[in-house]
Write a protein that binds this ligand. Sequence first.
Ligand code: PLP
Length: 357
Amino acid sequence: MSEAKFFVPGPTWVRPEILEEMTRPMIGHRSAEFKKLFRSIANDLKALFGTTQDTFVATCSGTALMEASLVNCVPRRVLVTECGAFSERFGSIAESLGLEVDRVSAPWGAAVDPEALEDHLASRRTHYDAVTITHNETSTGVTNDVAALARVVRESSSDTMVIVDAVSSLGGIPVSFDAWGFDVCFASVQKGIALPPGITVFAVSQRALDRAAKLPYRGTYFDFLRYKKDAEGDSVPTTPSIPHFYALAAQLDTILRRETLEARFDRHVTMRGLTIRRTATFAKLASDPSHASATVTALAPVKEPESIRAEMKRRGYTLGGGYGQWKDTTFRIGHMGDIPLDALEEMLDALNEVARA
Ligand code: PLP
């Protein structure tokens, strides 16, 4: 029996070796040991994001980077692409910052249509400082075609920043920051990267740093230019969660050199296929199958979702609940990070007994 029984779409199951890494003795964050750790993480993050530009780590959850990317890149007006709860969150954060917000919205369960985005950008005379894109919408289990969406933005204007939320994709679904023309991309680590929650990794383009330099007020904790300046000395602006740095260095080594990115992405695709196939007799896929996510599946079962989750819990398995407007009608299976295939198979065996009974 596998020990991985936690199938929530973030936080996800964490390998015991990684938890062990977090118990190592403290080091000072201005010490030579920390600088070495910092360098190895910054280099490995470049490979993970697919960039030669700057990568950073902030001690916070992903929502903080949603806010930070707006604070650093958007003086006035932002276009939010949305298709579920987390992409919608960008709009409410922007409004809380007093920004002007427009939206291109797809219905829950659908992906954002690049043509709809193109039409919106072509039909408005408005200039947007940035467009936000959510790579993988965790509330519905939909993966947007982020390369196509980013291309539409880049072709529409040379100084509209492309801000990408890769919270539930990075480490499970390919991300190519430079090739796809992103300006800011971030991910909290409790999903595809399979660490305990507490830090967020992010990449920032030179264009975004130049934009930030033109804004007079960028706050303090999340000022990208402070991150950049400190990174030049292999450090961070404020005291970081050092246990997470240990764990991140070990996990990046595993992802890039032991498992390899290609094998990791393949395993996620296999997990998606298994999940969809082995739930088809008792649940409908809640979202558009042509954009089904490789990290999370939202299901609308014949039986009441909460009764299924409760019985699975009695058997030792934790599944994700429905989210937002889908709370009562769906449940979600997180198949992300380090979950082994045999663990997923075992969980799906149990789920079949429970959901078909
Ligand atoms: N964006 C997406 C796509 C998410 O799935 C989540 C959390 O589930 C967030 C943002 C918010 O991240 P955090 O909970 O780390 O603040």
